[in-house]
Design a protein around this ligand. Structure first.
Ligand code: NAD
Length: 473
């Protein structure tokens, strides 16, 4: 018999209660203690479990070991190593200046742990997108309940095994399960919820968080446009776009969702893209060890339907288009002549289909982008700084890559996140640490200050002092 949401809530309540009691200890943990935990995690991901992680992701959706190394292992160990190098500075109180009118006092910002946090992660990079927020949460001194995706069962089971081995559940607990489990967890009064997933579910998470006034980080998705203008090096652009789009079979939140190509570059772009696809994945990508499968039938059929819908409205498939439901392989597909009212242009594609749209004038492109929700990423290929600046000034997005795509994700010095429909809040490096911290503003009076001269009764002299304060301080 299926358990009800209330029963599921109760079963997780016990762990939550333990974490509630433990949060003070974790919150007050020292730099050394936090670094010890991060080092344990580093060793587990980089050495002990690297092969098992590769196997789990191959079993889940045929991901090649090299791609797992690049997009899961490297991303996680990069985040841990960066945190180990910088945590000392992040944890330090940050002194700030105080206005002259408050002479006799000092001010500082103290980073205190938010407390009990919930992390809900998606399936497309299950290790990376579960463990990277966990690193930030541990660095900031929080307890964590982590719910990985139900779609990648091997990866989720492995995450649970690794974290069970490294942490007591009063500090880090992994809860496997689907929507019912997620719904139950969202009822618990966490201090912060870090969600990575679709905008649609992001709204559900935010509504649930509102019940407890929990703060949220929403790392969402959307359609990330790519522009290749008349001044771009088209061969280089094609190579980088094809890599960024078809890595993980396009199941990437920051994949170039669709491309605007200047009409003068169109033929060269199509030829270059086809050649590069051949170089990357050979004659038959469905049997290439380097080309990932679609995660399940549901997503496979969704992509097939997008393609059928586009074809019925006049789109032309200039490369690929085939798929095999049994193996869940879906060919890298290039589509042109796409109508705006198609699923391909209205919904996040999240798969190996690349719509290519020809443009004459850059402002048409800007208008189309601005007519849609603000994207997670925007990619610009151009050799004209003037044109790049024009696009930057007239659009908005969570992040930007110029003359490349996807790579802004890997620079820990940059905040990673979306804006409005593509998300709110940031992850990576210090930005991730801050997301899991309360920035506590502390003002301390040391010797009597001039403010006391401004207290009632408001004599003529005090009014003059107030006027002076307004004018000068
Ligand atoms: P999803 O939103 O369907 O699921 C994400 C998580 O939410 C899963 O753990 C799932 O169990 C849970 N969930 C699903 N339905 C729920 C519900 N009704 N109530 C509560 N929880 C629920 O997303 P997905 O299919 O796993 O991932 C794909 C989406 O995630 C895409 O939109 C993609 O762009 C986005 N994404 C964003 C980032 C980022 O960093 N911004 C990274 C990866 C993926």
């Amino acid at each position: 018999m299926k358990s009800t949401t209330n029963e599921v809530v109760e079963s997780h309540m016990a762990i939550f209660q333990k974490q509630l009691l433990y949060k003070k200890i974790v919150g007050q943990s020292s730099l050394k203690q936090r670094k010890t935990k991060l080092k344990k995690l580093l060793k587990a991901i980089e050495i002990t479990y690297r092969k098992e992680i590769q196997k789990a992701l191959f079993d889940d959706f045929g991901k090649s070991p090299a791609e797992v190394d690049l997009s899961e292992i490297y991303a996680v160990i990069g985040e841990i190593k960066y945190a180990l190098r910088n945590l000392k500075y992040w944890m330090q109180d940050q002194g700030v200046s105080t206005k002259l009118v408050f002479v006799g006092s000092s001010s500082k910002i103290k980073y205190e742990a938010k407390g009990n946090v919930l992390i809900i992660s998606p399936w497309n990079f299950p290790i990376n997108l579960s463990i990277c927020p966990l690193i930030s949460a541990i660095a900031a001194g929080n307890t964590v309940m982590l719910k990985p995706s139900e779609y990648t069962v091997h990866a989720s089971a492995l995450i649970k095994r690794i974290l069970n081995e490294l942490f007591d559940e009063e500090e880090v607990a992994v809860i496997e399960g689907g929507i019912d489990v997620s719904t139950a967890l969202l009822k618990l009064p966490f201090n912060h919820i870090f969600f990575t997933g679709s905008p649609e579910i992001g709204k559900i998470v935010m509504r649930a968080a509102a019940e407890n006034l929990a703060s949220v980080t929403l790392e969402l998705g959307g359609k990330s446009p790519t522009i290749v203008d008349e001044t771009a090096d088209v061969e280089t652009a094609a190579k980088r776009i094809v890599w960024g789009k078809f890595l993980n079979a396009g199941q990437i939140c920051i994949a170039p969702d669709y491309v605007f190509i200047h009409h003068s570059q169109f033929n060269k772009f199509i030829t270059a893209s086809k050649n590069i696809l051949f170089d990357f994945y050979g004659e038959n990508p469905s049997i290439s060890q380097d080309y990932t499968k679609i995660v399940n039938d549901q997503h496979h059929l969704r992509l097939k339907n997008y393609l059928e819908d586009a074809k019925s409205k006049g789109a032309k498939i200039v490369h690929g288009g085939g798929s095999d439901l049994e193996s869940n392989s879906f060919e890298p597909t290039l589509v042109t002549h796409i109508a705006e009212d198609t699923d391909l242009m209205q919904k996040e594609i999240f798969g190996p289909i690349l719509p290519i749209i020809v443009f004459e004038e850059i402002n048409e492109v800007i208008n189309t982008i601005n007519g849609k929700e603000k994207p997670l990423a925007l990619y610009i290929y151009s050799s004209s700084q003037k044109k790049i600046n024009h696009i930057l000034q007239n659009t908005s997005s969570g992040g930007v890559c110029i003359n490349n795509n996807d790579l802004h994700f890997y620079n820990h010095e940059l905040p990673f996140g979306g804006v409005n429909n593509s998300g709110m809040g940031n992850s990576h490096g210090k930005f991730g640490f801050m997301e899991f911290s309360n920035q506590r503003g502390i003002y301390q009076q040391h010797i009597p200050g001039v403010v006391e001269w401004l207290m009632p009764p408001y004599t003529h002299l005090k009014q003059k002092l107030i006027n002076l304060a307004i004018k000068w301080f």
